[in-house]
Design a protein around this ligand. Sequence first.
Ligand code: C2O
Length: 513
Amino acid sequence: AIGPVTDLHILNSFIQPDGFNRSGVLAEGVFPGPLIKGNKGDNFQINVINELTNGTMLKTTSIHWHGLFQKSTNWADGAFVTQCPIASGNSFLYNFNVPDQAGTFWYHSHLSTQYCDGLRGALVIYDPEDPYASLYDVDDESTVITLADWCALCSFVYSSMIYPSPQADATLINGLGRSESGPADAPLAVINVIQGKRYRFRLVAISCDPNYIFSIDGHSFTARTFLLLVDIKVHEDIIQVIEADGVNHAQVAADSIQIFAGQRYSFVLNATQNVDNYWVRALPNVPTMSNFSGGKNSAILRYQGAPDAEPTSDSTAHNQLQETSLVPLDLNPLPPAETYPDVDLEFIFGFSGGKFTINGTTFVPPTVPVLLQILSGAKSATDLLPKGSVFGLDLNKTVQVTFNAAAVAAIGGPHPFHLHGHTFDVIRSAGSSSDNYINPPRRDVVSTGGATDNVTIRFRTDNPGPWFLHCHIDWHLEAGFAIVFAEDVGDVPTADPVPDAWNDLCPIYNKLT
Ligand code: C2O
C-alpha cells in the first residue's frame, strides 16, 4: 500500500492475471493499482506521472478519486468535466483534503474506457477516532477485496469503444482469476484468516460493467451437530455489513451481497469455522460466465493451518443483503423531510443508434471542460456546454432525482448511477414500492434496477462546482449516459481556486479565452 503523499506512475506493461498475456494501462505496472491508504483529515498529494507509450491505446489520462467530495478542490475530481487530460510525458499533482470522510473508496481513470484496461485500484480512508469502532470490535481491518471484470483478448477494443460492449471473460478477485477459455490452473487470490478472529473486509466493485453476487462458502449458514446424529442449520450472523460507499451503516446480517460497478461495502467476518479452505465467490451478471466450475469467478479464504490447496467446500447463500435494510449510523445532516424538494427532476432514459439519452439528450463531452468554461467567464448554467446535459443548481437546495422505472424497463437494466461530489439519500431503492424519508441508506452509487419501480435519490447542494452524474457501466458512460450538475456556478471561481498546473493542462483552450 502507498500513503497519501506519493507519486503514481501510469504505464503500459504486460500482465497475465488470468493466464493470458496482454498489455494494460496500469498504475505502477500492477493490477489492480496499488492500494492507496490515508487517514481522515489527511492532505493527499498524489502526483500522477503519465508514462504511457502504447499508441494503440489511449496515451492521455486523468484519475478520479471515486467517492471523495473534493470540497473546494473540484478541479482535482479527475473527470473531463473538471480537467483537461494529462498528456504522455507530463505529470499532474492532485492535491486535496479529506476532512470529513472515512471508509472504502477507489480510484480510476476517468478518460474514455481506459480503466477497463487496468487503471483502477482501491483507496481506503481510516478513521483513527472511529466513533463506531467498538460496535465492530474487529481484530484486523486491513483486508481489501477488489472485484473486476477482465477481457484477455480485448486489449485494443477496450480503449476504443464500440457498441455492443466488449464482453468480459474473467472475474478477477484481487487481480487474479480464471477465464472461460484460459489455463485451468491460473493462480487464484488467497485471503488469509486466523480461526477465532474478527475481520473487517472491504469489498470494492472496480468493475467496468458486471455486478456481482458475492459470498463466502461456509460463512453464511453453518451446521451444528446435536446429539451427534442430527444436523440442523443455525444462522450465526457470520457476515455483517457495516459500511456502504464510505458511509457507516448499522450492522445488518447477510449471506450474500449484490454489488454494482463502483459500489463498496465493508462487512465483519467472524472466522469461526473449521480450519480449512473456503471458496470466495463473485458471480457476474454475464450469461457466458454463470458458473463456478474449476475455480472461475472465485478466490480462496484460507484459515491459518489449512493446506495450500483449493477448497472442496460447496454451499449456497440464501439471505441476500437488501439495500432497504441499510440504515446510516449518523443521520447528520438529517435526510430531507417528506415535503416537496426544492428541485424535483425526473430522468427518462433512452437508447438508440448505440447511444444512451437522458431526457432526450446524449452526453457528448464538450471540447472545453465545464470547469474551464466557468472559470473563463460563464456566469450561469445555461451558458454551459454541452447543451441539454448541464443542469444548474443553486446552493443549499434539496435536489430530488427520480429515475423513471418505465424508461429503465424500455432500455433494459440495471444501471448503477454515480454522483460525484456527494453522497445521496436513497429515498426509494430498486424494486421497493415505498419511500423512506426517515433513515434512508446513504451512498454514492445506486442501481436503477431492472425497473419495477422508480428509484429516487435526494442530496443537498453544498459543494460548488460541476459534478458528473452517470451510469458506472463504463461502456454506457462512453455512449453518453451522463449529465452534469453545475452547482452554484457563480461561486466556483472563488470557492475553488485552481493551481497553475491545472491551467497548464489546457494550453490550447486557454489561448482561446
Ligand atoms: Cu467512479 Cu465518474 O466515476
